[in-house]
Design a protein around this ligand. Structure first.
Ligand SMILES: Cc1ncc(C[n+]2csc(CCOP(=O)(O)OP(=O)(O)O)c2C)c(N)n1
Ligand SMILES: [Mg+2]
Length: 329
């Protein structure tokens, strides 16, 4: 995604048009959002401004490699955050910055990792997609994480009962056969496995309807695994609904929690193949635009504060020397 595309998303958030983009968002879609706790709003905004900052840095040629932002999907890991404890494992994917920030709040370490600067969480060799820290692991290889998560869950069931493995996958990842081997074993062995599906209706450039026969609910049902659909973007609704189900996962009842969400930006940096009307429709679901509409007095001061903080972090990290990696570190 280019800097212009970052502006497009920013413009969408502010409800204004940006040149050469899909134009302004439609009127906010969905029911009114409830007022968030300050820490939830701050975390949502941290993820939002972190992602927007990345896109601006790419636009200015200050980052290498690729990146996939979770713009529009930030509320998923924020809703899950207090439901997961330090003894749980989180396995993330190519679109994982929000997952990491919800777990650790460590924008410095992640940005340093992506920019290859001192203080990088993986010494700068993991980049955007391959992060390992404590009980957190991400991979850019679709579907790779689910069998690993099942193995981790088996270990936890035996060695640390009450802990769980949480794995984030997208709708497109249901095309990987390894997903089904893992679900089969999770069901057979009563594994404490929480599969969080961020179904944003598209896999790179392929709409879900063109790559997924049947439904994710039906596929979970085929293994006798519980399926919980989430259509809301309201953290205060999602979290209490999920809490008892996550408690059951800890007792060895695997769960697929499917969030129907919306990708605001392109797949990665400049590769949005969606027609403009589809992009506008996705923007209309943006929690940020909706929250600005429903709670302007809460959003705007927090937004300014977090935006300034992320800018400071970006300037500070960019000024650091390059990261060094040592296999012995
Ligand atoms: C095994 C494998 N095949 C292909 C890719 C290239 N790829 C990266 S993300 C992606 C689409 C993923 O779609 P989805 O699971 O819906 O996640 P989303 O990007 O929508 O968050 C593809 C095809 C990959 N990373 N790994
Ligand atoms: Mg997808």
């Amino acid at each position: 995604m280019t800097g212009a595309a970052a502006e497009a998303v920013t413009g969408a958030a502010a409800g204004s048009a940006a040149p050469g983009t899909a134009g302004p968002a439609e009127a906010p879609a969905g029911p009114a959002l409830s007022r968030l706790a300050d820490d939830d709003l701050d975390l949502l905004l941290l993820i939002r401004h972190f992602e927007l900052t990345l896109l601006r840095l790419y636009g200015r040629g200050e980052l290498n490699g690729t990146t996939h932002t979770c713009l529009g999907q930030e509320y998923v890991p924020v809703a899950l955050r207090p439901l997961l404890g330090p003894g749980d494992f989180v396995l993330s994917n190519h679109r994982g910055h929000g997952h990491y920030l919800a777990r650790f709040g460590d924008a410095h370490g992640l940005l340093a990792e992506i920019m290859g600067r001192e203080g990088a969480v993986c010494g700068g060799v993991g980049g955007s997609q391959h992060i390992h820290r404590d009980r957190y692991l991400s991979t850019g290889v679709q579907g790779e994480s689910l069998p690993v998560a099942a193995g981790v869950a088996l270990h936890l069931r035996r060695a640390e009962p009450g802990a769980l493995a949480c794995v984030y996958i997208g709708d497109g990842t249901w095309g990987e056969g390894a997903v089904y081997e893992a679900l089969n074993l999770a069901a057979l062995w009563d594994l404490p496995l929480l599969v969080v599906v961020e179904n944003n209706g598209i896999a790179q450039s392929t709409p879900t309807g063109a790559h997924l026969a049947g439904s994710i609910a039906g596929r979970a049902a085929a293994f006798g695994i519980d399926h919980h659909p989430v259509v809301s973007a309201d953290v205060n609704e999602i979290r209490p609904a999920l809490a008892p189900l996550v408690a059951r996962v800890r007792e060895g009842r695997p769960l697929v929690a499917e969030f129907r969400t919306h990708r605001l930006g392109p797949h990665s940096k400049g590769d949005d193949t969606r027609p403009p009307a589809q992009v506008r429709a996705a923007r209309a679901h943006d929690w940020y635009a909706r929250y600005a509409h429903d709670h302007p007095g809460h959003l705007h001061p927090a937004d300014e504060r977090v935006r300034a903080r992320v800018e400071e972090i970006a300037a500070e990290v960019a000024a650091r020397p390059p990261s060094r990696w040592s296999p012995c570190a």
